[in-house]
Design a protein around this ligand. Structure first.
Ligand code: 13P
Ligand code: SF4
Length: 318
């Protein structure tokens, strides 16, 4: 007999179902600024990676549905082991997270007495377990500045690491060679051409972009920092050097303003693996769920907790 497939639900039905399940199943939906617009619109909170990590621990719901990439879901689980953390697509991974191995970290550790291993939060739990403290782009300057060690091994992003190095000359920042394929490909020549055509537009740059692009930024910072700049609504337009998902909130913050994107490759395929249908299915089945080795979670908790402690000790400046 021919198998009947389930009838397709419309987007409106999916949204209605997601809203209903939030109430019925006590689920909070968190979404990164880079996920697609329809998910941002149905989420309870949208934020940068630091805001979302914090919200995963502070929101009262016992189930968190994390719409982002899997290091974000893992960090939420490590920080809130008693909560159920589900994701629309557990295979949405950040390629940069796999660009460093524990062996490489241990090799550098062996070369210095006075060294702090500072891991960008875009890393695996195993990498975190070999690190002293995690950072995001919203708190990296504040945290690295506050560390007693002079030697800082910043992993894995060479671009964010170079930015930290340029801002904190008192530290000896040792760089790794990882990068974000989305931000690394933003071409300086394309940004310069846009600046020439629109000299009065503000240039907003995420520090995962290359140093030449960062140098052109009027504002350099995390996704939240860039959005906050647009909320001031004091420029005729903006040249946006980060992933295009953020444009959804930027356009809401400054309606009628022009937003220009210098290169065509500013889309994170991993973030776009999250779809409305997968979000609905995850909430319906409460799977896929983040499951991790207990011992690894314990080891990775220390640098994440240290980040929370140091980031909260003073208001972030980046
Ligand atoms: P934010 O912390 O600025 O949101 O960045 C996350 C990220 O993955 C950037 O590519
Ligand atoms: Fe990773 Fe880059 Fe995607 Fe952010 S935008 S999740 S750093 S690949």
């Amino acid at each position: 007999m021919k198998k009947m497939s389930a009838p397709q639900m419309s987007d409106a039905e999916l949204v209605a179902g997601i809203k209903r399940m939030k109430q019925e199943k006590d689920i909070v939906v968190l979404a990164h600024f880079y996920v697609q617009d329809d998910i941002q619109d149905v989420a309870d909170y949208i934020g940068d990676s630091y805001q979302l990590a914090k919200l995963a621990t502070t929101t009262p719901q016992q189930t968190v549905c994390f719409c982002g990439v899997n290091f974000m879901g893992e960090s939420a689980k490590i920080l809130s082991p008693d909560k159920k953390i589900i994701m629309p697509d557990i295979n949405a991974g950040c390629p940069m997270a796999d660009m460093i191995s524990s062996d490489e970290i241990e090799r550098v550790k062996a070369q210095y007495d006075d060294l702090a291993v500072v891991a960008y939060v875009n890393t695996t739990a195993e990498t975190k377990a070999h690190s002293d403290v995690c950072v995001t782009s919203s708190n990296c300057l504040q945290i690295v500045r506050s560390l007693p060690q002079k030697n800082i091994y910043f992993i894995p992003d060479v671009n964010l690491g170079s930015y930290i190095k340029s801002q904190l000359p008192e530290k000896n920042v040792i760089l790794h060679d990882g990068f974000c394929c989305v931000h690394h490909k933003i071409r300086v020549a394309a940004v310069q051409e846009m600046i020439a055509a629109h000299p009065d537009y503000k240039i907003l740059v995420h520090p995962e972009a290359q140093a030449e692009v960062v140098a052109l930024g009027n504002v350099v910072g995390s996704t939240k920092v860039l959005l906050d700049e647009v909320k001031k609504n004091d420029a005729p337009g903006y040249i946006v050097c980060t992933e295009v998902g953020i444009l959804h909130q930027m356009k809401k913050a400054a309606p009628g303003k022009e937003f220009l994107v210098p290169t065509r490759t500013q889309t994170c395929r991993s973030m776009k693996r999250n779809t409305l249908q997968k979000l609905y299915d995850a909430m319906h089945t409460l799977t896929p769920e983040i499951k991790m080795d207990e011992e690894l979670m314990q080891q990775a908790l220390r640098p994440l907790e240290k980040m929370m402690e140091l980031a909260e000790s003073k208001v972030s400046t980046l």
